[in-house]
Write a protein that binds this ligand. Structure first.
Ligand code: ATP
Ligand code: MG
Length: 332
């Protein structure tokens, strides 16, 4: 079976609706057709300011949420990045073939260092895309399900794979991004010009999957909508209502056209109230399942160990081949 690989950072107390719609639903769907590797990038999470106690807890919450979303740890490898040292080892090799200019063109660094300025951002944040390339290439992944915001990083990964293959001999599978166009980007509810995000969104702009259902419903009802009153899908002129339509469509598996048809002649408020109920049900259900999973840490540890073992079974031989191709003397 072809392989997929994806991850979501434990950089907040909860994942959000954008992660769920833009990423996790695809992860779950791809489990049948692909051999799936899904991981919690704790090593990526330390490239920005963080608290160690919080990171450990967030990593467990992330694992529980991914399982609650439908990732099946018995079928797919679900693991924590730091449990598989080959990611970091390959990243170092890739650092050697990445141009400084090339790395400088990654927009995430600019975005995420905007607050503090590049001077005080970490070098880890700068080389983040190279670790991400290693995450993907170490599994010889064929497909990488990500949201639109990660496209540039997958492109870099492809370039590095091709470059390494060209210089040192065929080693890596060149991965394809798997981006589901209609749901690739969910926008901030209060500022639909930016994506819904763990690090950038204001608390009312993002629905967390662990939100109290009433609070989540309120966030949807108070979402910024556009001037005019008619409900139609027009991301340019009507980014607010279009975002709500995307969310509505994703959570009900109905087409946007179908929903627009249903609300023809009605006000924004009607749509918001209906969507608020749908979102409240989702987070209520999701929160219950996550809390139940978090109640048994020993079981989570067992599942993560199982995932790491499966991951290492693929990662270790890839690294061995890379080291050999790179000209390192084999440790005897
Ligand atoms: P951070 O701010 O820490 O980067 P994030 O909100 O961007 O957090 P990530 O952990 O970086 O979330 O991303 C996890 C996955 O969710 C990635 O595949 C990413 O493309 C996807 N994703 C993130 N935000 C959105 C969004 N608003 N819409 C659709 N997909 C998203
Ligand atoms: Mg991100």
């Amino acid at each position: 079976r072809p392989r997929v690989l994806s991850g979501a950072q434990p950089t907040a107390d909860s994942y959000h609706l954008g992660n769920y719609i833009g990423a996790f639903r695809q992860w779950v769907a791809l489990q049948d057709e692909f051999e799936a590797f899904y991981f919690i990038p704790d090593m990526h999470a330390i490239t920005v300011d963080y608290d160690p106690v919080q990171l450990r807890e967030r990593t467990y919450v992330a694992a529980a949420q991914l399982i609650a979303a439908g990732v099946d740890p018995e079928r797919s490898a679900l693991f924590v990045q730091s449990h598989v040292p080959e990611h970091a080892q390959l990243a170092w090799v890739l650092n050697g073939i990445t141009g400084f200019g090339e790395a400088s063109r990654m927009t995430q660094f600019k975005d995420k260092s905007a607050k503090t300025g590049a001077e005080s951002a970490s070098v880890g944040l700068f080389t983040y895309p190279i670790l991400m390339a290693a995450d993907i290439l170490i599994y010889q992944a064929d497909r990488v399900p990500v949201g639109e915001d990660q496209r540039q990083h997958v492109e870099l990964t492809r370039n590095l794979a091709q470059r390494f293959n060209h210089r040192f001999g065929e080693t890596f599978t060149v991965p394809e991004p798997h981006i589901v166009k209609d749901v690739a980007k969910i926008y901030d509810l209060q500022d639909p010009s930016g994506k819904m995000s763990k690090s950038f969104s204001s608390p009312t702009g993002v629905v967390n999957l662990m939100d109290d259902p009433k609070k989540a419903a309120k966030k949807i009802r108070s979402a910024v909508t556009d001037s005019g009153t008619d409900i139609r899908f027009d991301p340019e002129q009507k980014p607010g209502i279009s975002n709500l339509l995307t969310i509505y469509s994703a959570l009900t598996d109905r087409s946007v056209d179908d929903i627009v048809g249903e609300y023809a002649g009605q006000q924004y408020g009607h749509l918001k109230v209906a969507l608020a109920d749908i979102v409240a049900d989702l987070v209520a259900d999701f929160g219950d399942r996550t809390r139940e999973l978090l109640g048994d840490r020993a079981e989570l540890d067992r599942l993560l160990a199982l995932g790491a073992e499966r991951a290492r079974a693929v990662a270790a031989p890839t690294l061995e081949l890379v080291y050999e191709r790179s000209g390192f003397v084999k440790a005897k």
